[in-house]
Design a protein around this ligand. Structure first.
Ligand SMILES: [Zn+2]
Length: 370
């Protein structure tokens, strides 16, 4: 599934983006606020004000979600754990934080920071609501924000992974057992339990005539998928950790001269076989690599003038992996940096190429035969 995001800029150096699904939930929330929350609080407002305040409040809600995610991210960065990006989407938001906390304490504090921010926002909004009691629009806004931030904190504290509460639970298990993977398994299984519970509650609400239950079913389904993905990842990790890159890499990656025109590279190398990457040779040195993505980035009419050397990724800039690293480490590195292949380098020499497809197809073999 292609992820469509709109970049909004950076905070703390972290890219912030809107998923397209955000517009759907923003519209829905504005509509609910304008047609039900504000009219119930302030029945005499002119019609237009409901909609303006609905939109303003929906934006403030997403700003709250963003602050929650920034809370996690700021603590993660303090522990030098990478935060890839923060995305606001249909279920609120998510900070993509690398799953490599250095210690249970770090994991605990990273997980705690989000709900702590939400609780602080709930408290601040509550105080502001009382301060602005004479100004209907503002007190209505802060009343909603105190309620929604409190709900956000409490919901996220449910002890099922990957909710924040599940991460706290996992950190505690990890601290006591010293076994991160076992802790993840228990916390993710609890996460699936909570997800099923939400689906049941939602279904029960739908059956008793409340269509709002549909939303709860969706959230339950989303959480179940996330927990299942964690469990699956554990299985993959177990399967791949024991096998070195050298076992699966392609040691016969063709080399092409740096002066080779792209058109010829496509005609003579790509269309004649199933190779997907090429090393570029200059004299007797391997200096870079060319992938189909890099060729496609060049407009077709220029394929006759551009050369392999002109579009290659220089080896010094390419991420690489050692032949004795595990396949799991290789896959993590590809995921973290968004690449589909890694040159395998031993003592400055390219000894092979490892692609994501190689790892995935080997994974299938392992799953079938072990
Ligand atoms: Zn959170």
């Amino acid at each position: 599934m292609a992820q469509q995001r709109i970049p909004l800029g950076r905070i703390l150096g972290i890219p912030i983006a809107l998923d397209f699904s955000w517009f759907l939930v923003f519209t829905l929330l504005t509509w609910i606020l304008a047609s039900s929350y504000y009219p119930s609080q302030f029945p005499d407002w002119p019609h237009g004000r409901y909609w303006i305040m609905g939109a303003v409040t929906a934006l403030a809600f997403f700003a709250s979600v963003l602050l929650h995610e920034l809370g996690h991210s700021a603590v993660a960065l303090r522990y030098r754990v990478q935060v890839r990006r923060i995305t606001l989407h249909i279920f609120g938001g998510i900070a993509e934080i690398a799953d490599e906390s250095p210690s249970p304490t770090a994991e605990f504090l990273i997980a705690l920071a989000g709900p702590a921010v939400s609780l602080a926002l709930a408290l601040a909004s509550h105080l502001l609501q009382q301060w602005t009691a004479g100004i209907e629009a503002l007190s209505g806004l802060f009343k909603y924000l105190s309620y929604i931030n409190l709900s956000l904190a409490l919901f996220n504290l449910l002890p099922g992974y990957p909710l924040d509460g599940g991460r706290l639970f996992r950190a505690v298990l990890w601290a006591f057992t010293g076994n991160l993977r076992g802790a993840t398994r228990v916390a993710a299984t609890a996460g699936r339990g909570f997800a099923f519970l939400l689906i049941l509650i939602g279904a029960w609400q739908i059956l008793s005539g409340n269509l709002g239950g549909l939303w709860i079913v969706f959230i339950g389904w989303f959480l179940d998928n996330a927990a299942k993905a964690q469990l699956q990842e554990g299985v993959f990790r177990d399967l791949l950790s024991g096998h070195p890159v050298a076992q699966v890499m392609n040691p016969a990656c063709p080399e092409v001269p740096s002066t080779l025109p792209l058109q010829q590279l496509v005609d003579d190398y790509i269309l004649t076989g199933h190779q997907r990457c090429f090393l570029v040779r200059e004299g007797d040195r391997t200096t870079g690599l060319v992938t189909p993505q890099r060729i496609r980035a060049v407009p077709r009419p220029e394929w006759n003038h551009q050369t392999a050397g002109g579009v290659m990724l220089p080896l010094q800039e390419a991420l690489s992996i050692a032949p004795d690293a595990s396949l799991w480490q290789a896959l993590q590195r590809m995921d973290r940096d968004g690449v589909n292949q890694l040159p395998v380098i031993r003592q400055g020499q390219v000894v092979g190429m490892l692609s994501r497809e190689d790892v995935i197809s080997y994974l299938r073999t392992l799953a079938d035969w072990s």
